[in-house]
Design a protein around this ligand. Structure first.
Ligand code: ZN
Length: 621
């Protein structure tokens, strides 16, 4: 899962991180639980059509491959590094042994040089064959520095004041809050809470044009502690502007399958401002200064390494938001202190809390353009280009017509690399998922009968940086996206649930009458399967579980919805149905301690067998 986005959220989500990639949780009804759970402890013999491939998947080979891929030799497989390429070439050599065809770039396009897959020199006798690599450039940005200066022209007297990042303001979200390097100057507008609520005839943006301006806005809504406030009295407005923090163990809404929650900043960003400076509704400058004064690593956890790595972000050049579905907006957005807000509001002769009190008293907008006020934002950063490689292979379908349709089976191959003496081996994240893809490839290659449609096997790079490899593929597919009918994603499929992790997850199934059913769940074989609703995936997954014997929790989401922080989101973004498997999240998540001796080869093998059967049947329909 992606780094920069997480650093911010992770601090808060750490308590809940055990469910970071878990599906969201709405209270369920008994029939939902029965529909969601597929518990099979006595599997039947697998049908002959799939048998040879099914039996080619086993825990022994699984662990043999994972032990190399997650060894210190591959140095945590960070995107663009030698360690990643050593592991990638290992996969290519196995693909060749199993007769998996290359699905990457044409030779001479990129992936050739020194990468084993491609051609070298001379004019080829036979038509050039593809390589196993899809090569592309990623832009790395590091050492982002920004500064803000204020100019106020009051009756001809020019005043200026400078503000510093991490002292007077804090960038929100990744990418240093800046929209890339350079400087930008613009006029300033104060919009109160920036709310447009026709239902109560309250519009703070009426008559204003935010385009190209720096917007000063308060968080939440007026009347936080005033029961008479329409934003308190009306339930839907209260939930919209004062959302309750997710209850213990519950994931915040907006995950896979849930409608995205209202986000005022996102709505304001759509109006094209040059930047947004938000001020906390409730004065918590003391907390802001305390947080900003702390070192990056403030919470020293004695049994974890102290990581003080320089932050670098990667992005696909030229793709809005830098690539991944999480790229978000390019409008720089900051949280500023009251001291800074009051300085900016200087021409009004009022302080931010005076204007807030006025709005809360009258429930009338106090928005205004700040005449004579200008803000210049300057951002500097170090940038470079990184060579990145997805690994791609395929097996052609058996049906003369349907073989021109494709199902993609993928997992991210990259992880967090090496720093000083620490290596993030990423055995579970996502060495296990990568082996899952290779197991399915070997199984289909071994099985005499092939599915009717063609199967593409993909190991993505750049997932930890923002789902970049899978996103790049959906923008530059090896085979037409309009002929691609679905996607299987594996991420972290090797750590069995235990009593604690299962208890937390079971909260959502704790509905009256489901006790007996839930009791039957065997934690070590429990797997969550997130899939697109109204597609064959759910029925196929249940049917095929009869031959595998896992305890599956099926969760469906609407077509096009697929957040939750893994590569299925890239395919959801282009409206492709997906099925996404994940086992338990543990405290080794994104730690150097995520190493091979902790994983269960049996669990990976079983989840691989289930994926093999599910994709086979899906590609056959
Ligand atoms: Zn992952």
């Amino acid at each position: 899962m992606r780094k920069n986005f997480l650093i911010v959220v992770f601090v808060f989500a750490l308590i809940f991180s055990l469910q970071a990639q878990m599906p969201p949780q709405q209270q369920m009804k008994l029939e939902d639980v029965q529909k969601a759970l597929s518990l099979v402890d006595k599997p039947q013999p697998v049908p002959d059509r799939y048998k040879a491939g099914f039996e080619a998947i086993n825990a022994k080979d699984t662990m043999a491959m994972l032990t190399f891929i997650a060894s210190d030799w591959t140095e945590g497989r960070e995107t663009g590094t030698k360690g990643y390429m050593i592991a990638a070439d290992y996969v290519v050599s196995l693909f060749k042994m199993w007769g998996i065809k290359p699905a990457g770039d044409m030779p001479g396009f990129g992936g050739g040089r020194g990468m084993g897959g491609g051609q070298r020199g001379g004019t080829p006798a036979t038509p050039p064959e593809r390589t196993y690599f899809q090569e592309f450039g990623l832009k790395s940005t590091s050492d982002v520095q920004s500064s803000i200066s204020l100019t106020i022209n009051k009756a001809g007297a020019i005043q200026t004041r400078d503000f510093a990042s991490g002292v007077d303001y804090q960038a929100m979200g990744g990418r240093g809050g800046g929209s890339g390097m350079g400087s930008m100057t613009g006029p300033v507008v104060f919009v109160g809470y920036g709310i447009q609520e026709p239902s109560i005839k309250f519009d703070e943006l009426a008559g204003l044009n935010l385009k190209g301006k720096i917007v000063i806005v308060l968080t939440e809504a007026p009347g936080r502690d005033d029961p008479k406030s329409p934003f308190q009295a009306k339930k839907e407005l209260k939930e919209k502007y004062f959302p309750a923090a997710p209850a213990g163990g519950q994931r915040a809404p907006g995950g896979a399958g849930q409608p995205a929650r209202f986000n005022k900043i996102t709505e304001l960003q759509k109006l094209g401002p040059a930047a947004i400076f938000q001020v906390a509704n409730v004065n918590n400058d003391a907390a802001t200064f305390r947080n900003m004064s702390r070192p990056a690593v403030s919470h020293i956890n004695d049994d974890r390494p102290i990581i003080n790595r320089q932050r670098t972000s990667l992005a696909i050049p030229g793709v809005t938001g830098g690539g991944g579905p999480m790229g978000g907006s390019n409008v720089p957005t900051m949280t500023i202190t009251r001291d800074m807000a009051n300085a900016i509001l200087g021409v009004t002769g009022q302080k931010i809390d005076d204007l807030k009190a006025q709005i809360e008293k009258t429930f009338k907008p106090a928005s205004k353009d700040l005449a004579g006020t200008g803000i210049t934002m300057t951002t500097t950063a170090k940038t470079a280009l990184v060579r990145a490689f997805n690994v791609l292979g395929y097996i052609e379908g058996s049906d003369p017509k349907l073989k021109d349709e494709y199902v993609v089976v993928g997992a991210h191959f990259d992880h967090n690399g090496i720093w000083q003496d620490y290596i993030w081996n990423g055995a579970d994240d996502n060495g296990s998922g990568s082996i899952g893809v290779m197991n399915i490839a070997k199984a289909i290659a071994t099985n005499p009968v092939k599915p009717k449609r063609s199967i593409v096997f993909a190991l993505w790079t750049g997932e930890e940086e923002g789902l970049l490899g899978s996103r790049y593929y959906t923008l530059n597919p090896a085979f037409p996206m309009d002929k691609t009918i679905g996607y299987l994603n594996y991420d972290m499929i090797s750590r069995p649930y235990d009593a604690t992790t299962i208890a937390r997850t079971m909260q959502r199934y704790g509905v009256p009458g489901a006790e007996a059913l839930v009791k039957k769940i065997r934690a070590p074989w429990f797997v969550t399967v997130n899939l697109t609703e109204n597609t064959p995936f759910a029925d196929i997954a249940r049917e095929m579980n009869n031959y595998v014997g896992l305890d599956l929790a099926l969760q469906s989401s609407a077509l096009g919805v697929g957040s939750g922080g893994s590569d299925h989101a890239s395919f959801a973004q282009v409206k492709k149905p997906f099925v996404y498997y994940m086992a338990a999240m543990t405290s080794d998540y994104h730690q150097p301690s995520d190493s091979v001796e902790k994983v269960s080869g049996e669990l990976i093998a079983k989840i691989s067998q289930h994926g093999y059967l599910t994709i086979f049947k899906f590609a056959d329909q």
